[in-house]
Design a protein around this ligand. Structure first.
Ligand code: SF4
Ligand code: SF4
Ligand code: FES
Length: 284
């Protein structure tokens, strides 16, 4: 039985169950850690306490749990994981709130399921960034000298672009997307690192690029300078693994922590790719 602290709703202790994995391709296993309750903890501070204790609930010495984090203020996206079945950032997941929704005072942590596990809660998100490379999610510069002021953007254009620019490449949207399936590759015996990387990128490019990348196409194609590369980005979206794979399930928009209007972006990109294809066909 869990002892209660002063407040009826606050336990004196709680359990964090972590789905651990010792390395890529290894079997996973649950490991429970019971901690004393303290106010204002978040998942990262709890993981730090678990690392400092170095023992699991049965007193066994265990290796520190691995996880990723950086900004600690929901800006970098590195700490994304599944917390009580919901994909979100560990740094902004407050224990007080999680316990309110967990009558048994148990919090479950799992790594994201769409990326290969490196170790424990740390995953390899390189496919997420490959998607951004595929669609050229940047504005190319033609030199590092002073180019003077850029072209002006109207207030309404800025207001439409700003929310899209808030994407932190966290991966929540692809975790929820039924069309984005896990791709986990193993380096063959004798395959060089370079060849493995090339094979990986080719396979990533054939699989669904993801809603985050589609939305970045809309962002960069709306930029006065970025517009110059709009056809290249739209062509990338119509290749294998492109926007045609989106089934419009709308799971992505529901989980985006930055509330990016992903389905609006997908609809805009869909119209733009159709128009781009027709234009290229008539221009032949
Ligand atoms: S679109 Fe939203 S959920 Fe997807 S990577 Fe960007 S911030 Fe994360
Ligand atoms: S709307 Fe498209 S991108 Fe978003 S979750 Fe559904 S299939 Fe995935
Ligand atoms: S550590 Fe950057 S979003 Fe959590």
């Amino acid at each position: 039985m869990i002892a209660q602290a002063d407040s009826q709703s606050t336990p004196s202790s709680f359990t964090v169950k972590i789905l651990r994995q010792d390395g890529p391709g290894q079997p996973s296993y649950w490991e429970p850690h019971t901690l004393q309750y303290e106010p204002e903890m978040n998942i990262i501070s709890v993981l730090q306490k678990i690392a400092a204790s170095g023992r699991s609930d049965n007193g066994k010495k265990v290796a520190p749990v691995n996880w990723d984090c950086n900004c600690l203020e929901e800006v970098c996206g590195a700490c994304t994981m599944n917390i009580n079945g919901r994909v979100r950032q560990a740094c902004s997941a407050l224990i007080d709130n999680l316990l309110k929704d967990s009558p048994d005072h148990v919090i479950q942590l799992r790594p994201m399921s769409k990326f290969p596990v490196i170790r424990d809660l740390m995953v390899d998100r390189s496919r997420l960034f490959r998607g951004l490379t595929k669609v050229k999610a940047w504005v190319p510069v033609d030199g590092y000298y002073d180019l003077g002021p850029g072209p002006r953007q109207s207030r309404s254009e800025q207001e439409a672009a700003y929310p899209l620019s808030e994407c932190m490449s966290c991966g929540c949207c692809v975790e929820a997307c039924p069309q984005y399936n896990k791709v986990e590759l193993i380096q063959h015996n004798g395959e060089s690192d370079e060849d493995f990387e090339k094979r990986k990128q080719e396979i990533f490019d054939k699989n669904f690029v993801g809603p985050h990348a589609i939305s970045q196409v809309v962002l960069f194609n709306s930029n006065p300078t970025g517009k110059m590369n709009a056809p290249e980005r739209l062509n990338a979206l119509t290749e294998e693994g492109g926007i045609q794979l989106c089934g419009n399930a709308q799971n992505c928009v529901a989980v985006c922590p930055k509330e990016i209007p992903l389905t609006t972006s997908i609809a805009k990109a869909g119209r733009a790719t159709t128009f781009n294809q027709l234009k290229q066909w008539f221009d032949r």
